[in-house]
Design a protein around this ligand. Structure first.
Ligand code: NAP
Length: 332
């Protein structure tokens, strides 16, 4: 496993970071708590030291599960959590509505100072810790000035409640503005072989300004493992069912593309999913890949991606295959 600093901060991330969204259950058709805890243990055993979570993942459940899994091991891990998505309050910018188990929940983006300070206390309690290693603004709240959001982060840094400040889903301009107020250690954008928008501006900006980039959904929510058949039936409440990347024609196309990657995976005695993750962490400017895993088997497999060293020639050949794949599912 390799470990890299988040930008200019002293906080390190393992190149494969455990992503704790799915284990929260919401939007993923539920989750198994015992399996989730075993997944985190397997990750730590395999050298993964950083864990990414958020209050919104299962409305607190993901953070609580992380706390249970790392009990007695707090000094071995870095906790990355977030603020700014509220389900328990209607202040800020309306984001979207979740309908699950017959219940409707409205989600608001709220990055006001008062809300951030209160959310931080809640996260510290749920995580059973006195500090958060990386505290990230989950989504920009357009009803709040960025300066107010960054002031809250500056205060939490000063108080030692957080060790580094980060953002997520921000544009390059928003990162630039934020970074002028408080040092931004990292951005957390989506990035995978089939979703490479950040290569246009966010990634070049972060490289130029020494800001870490920890990317989410690098397996495109499981699609890039190649395990999905075009007629896959998702569990009730699994958001993937309605996503463009999981429509039958696109799944078929991606599976054909993954067949072309298989010889490279075979050469490294790896699964195709592992090769996809290895490619991701070899891309310039990518600090770490945040990878979700439901159970110990998935978690151990994903951690092995960190040991794959791809040569410049392999990267160039794989890069050509990636370029040949249509990036927009709607065009298939
Ligand atoms: N900041 C944001 O807005 C944002 C948004 C999304 C995600 N994230 C972060 O990024 C993390 C990772 O993203 P993600 O969970 O969306 O997507 P991902 O890592 O691309 O995919 C994770 C899912 O793929 C499946 N999977 C993983 N490893 C596998 C393996 N070895 N074999 C077979 N299937 C496997 C599992 O689901 P199944 O078993 O159900 O198929 C797992 O939950 C999240 O946990 C979260 O921490 C942040």
């Amino acid at each position: 496993m390799d470990y890299r600093n988040l930008g200019a901060s002293n906080v390190k991330a393992s190149v494969i970071t455990y992503g704790a969204w799915a284990i929260g259950g919401t939007m993923w058709g539920g989750s198994d708590e015992a399996d989730a805890i075993k997944a985190i243990h397997a990750s730590i055993d395999a050298g993964v030291t950083s864990i990414d979570t958020a209050p919104i993942y299962g409305y607190g459940k993901s953070e609580e599960l992380v706390a249970r899994a790392i009990a007695g091991k707090r000094d071995q891990v870095q906790i990355f959590t977030k603020f700014g998505l509220r389900w328990d309050d209607s202040e800020g910018e309306y984001f979207f509505e979740l309908n699950e188990g017959g219940k409707t929940t409205k989600i608001y983006r709220n990055a006001r100072k008062k809300s951030i300070i209160a959310e931080c206390e809640q996260s510290l309690k749920r995580l059973k810790t006195d500090h958060i290693d990386l505290y990230q603004c989950h989504w920009r709240d357009h009803t709040t000035e960025l300066s107010e959001t960054m002031e809250a982060l500056a205060q939490l840094l000063k108080e030692g409640k957080i060790l580094a400040a980060g953002v997520s889903n921000f544009t390059a301009e928003e990162i630039e503005t934020s970074n002028k107020i408080v040092p931004i250690a990292s951005d957390q954008p989506p990035y995978s072989m089939v979703l490479r928008d950040i290569e246009k501006d966010v990634l070049p900006f972060c490289i130029k300004n020494n800001i870490g980039v920890i990317v989410y959904s690098p397996l495109q929510r499981g699609l890039l493992t190649g395990k999905f058949k075009p007629d896959h039936k998702f569990a009730e409440g699994d958001h993937r069912a309605s996503q463009p990347h999981f429509q039958p024609a696109y799944i078929k196309r991606v599976n054909e593309f993954l067949q072309n990657l298989k010889p490279y995976a075979d050469k490294h005695n790896a699964t195709t999913g592992n090769l996809v993750l290895a490619w991701t962490i070899h891309q310039p400017g990518i600090t770490a890949a945040l990878v979700g895993a439901r159970d110990a088997a998935q978690a151990s497999e994903n951690a092995r991606a960190a040991d794959i060293k791809l040569s410049a020639a392999e990267l160039a050949e794989i890069g050509k295959l990636v370029e040949s794949l249509s990036l927009t599912p709607s065009t298939t």
